[in-house]
Write a protein that binds this ligand. Structure first.
Ligand code: TRP
Length: 331
């Protein structure tokens, strides 16, 4: 069976973009058609300035929301990265296969490092090596497919390069994975800035709908979304990014197609109203289930414990094999 691995970084509250772009598909499709692992990648949250209590809280919340959005521990493995030592063990080996130049060419690193330096801050070394840890996350499990947003394509390409290089030098050890991108609503955009992604790590903003936003807050944010000059409600990503984003969100919530909604609405106001209600309805069952799970923290903890045990069993033989292949003595 195809093996699928994806990760969520606990650096911010999960958003509608995370849900429509990734989580919903994991629950509805991936866990049914493949052997899937979903990981709260908490080690990655330490690559930038962080508050320990916040990381802890966001990790627990991300796990709870993954389950609330329909991931079933009987069908897939949900776990926390730092609970499975194999990630860090393998990461070091891959650092011995990757080059410094390769790391410095990563677009996300260049952007984040530039931003950090502009603020006068320093850049953690782990930010540079982050993609190697991500490669370890993926390669430890013999992953075939990595469902991610477009911004992660370069990191998955690097993962492939490292797998091929390791296999060539030291003998076949790793499966060479590929990135997959969902077609519909792969990218939900910020409601206030419809040309940039609705990311969880951007500080709170009126353009971001969080999964745990109350219905009234969701309505307010959607009703205040920026639209474009002009009046026709047509679907045109280039010329009308604000309206296109609303149409895409509405279509994604209703399981339809944004092109089919082009020309259906008479006014921006009517489109916003329907979009707001559609989002509220999509979030309702997730929030209800989240409340239930919060009342039973022992259950969530149990799921994570069982998940990390299973993940460890899956990862260990391959990581051990990599240790042997690269020239380290068996213990
Ligand atoms: N880098 C990913 C992000 O920022 C998160 C991530 C870490 C990940 N390890 C992964 C995604 C492995 C897929 C597979 O979104």
């Amino acid at each position: 069976m195809t093996r699928v691995f994806s990760g969520i970084k606990p650096t911010g509250h999960l958003t509608l973009g995370n849900y429509l772009g990734a989580m919903r598909r994991w629950a509805e499709m991936d866990q049914h058609r493949s052997e899937a692992l979903f990981c709260i990648v908490d080690l990655h949250a330490l690559t930038v300035d962080h508050d320990p209590a916040r990381v802890r809280r966001l990790s627990r919340q991300a796990a709870t929301l993954l389950l609330a959005s329909g991931l079933d521990p009987e069908r897939c493995t949900v776990f926390v990265q730092s609970h499975v030592d194999e990630h860090a063990r393998l990461s070091y080996l891959l650092e011995c296969v990757a080059t410094d130049g390769e790391m410095r060419r990563m677009v996300q690193y260049k952007e984040k490092a530039a931003r950090e330096q502009q603020r006068g801050g320093s850049v953690r070394l782990s930010l540079l090596t982050y993609p190697v840890l991500m490669a370890a996350d993926i390669l430890a499990y013999g992953t075939d497919e990595v469902p991610v947003g477009d911004d992660q394509t370069q990191h998955v390409e690097l993962t492939r390069d490292l797998a091929v290089r390791f296999n060539q030098r030291y003998g076949h050890t790793f499966v060479v994975p590929k990135a997959t991108h969902p077609k519909v609503a792969a990218r939900v955009m910020n409601l206030q800035e419809p040309t940039s992604k609705m990311g969880k790590s951007d500080d709170s903003g009126p353009g971001i709908v969080y999964l745990l936003d109350e219905p009234e807050v969701v309505r307010k944010k959607v009703m205040r979304a920026v639209t474009d000059s002009g009046r026709d409600v047509v679907y045109d990503r280039q010329e009308r990014p604000g309206v296109a984003n609303l149409l895409e969100i509405l279509a994604a919530c209703e399981g339809g197609n944004p092109e089919d909604l082009s020309g259906v609405y008479e006014s921006y106001g009517a489109l916003k109203k329907d979009t707001a209600e559609a989002v509220v309805e999509v979030l309702r069952p997730v929030q209800a289930r989240h409340r239930e799970l919060c009342a039973d923290p022992a259950y969530v903890e149990g799921v994570l414990r069982a998940g990390s045990e299973k993940a460890r069993e899956m990862a260990r033989p391959r990581v051990d094999a990599a240790y042997r292949a690269i020239g380290l003595l068996p213990s």
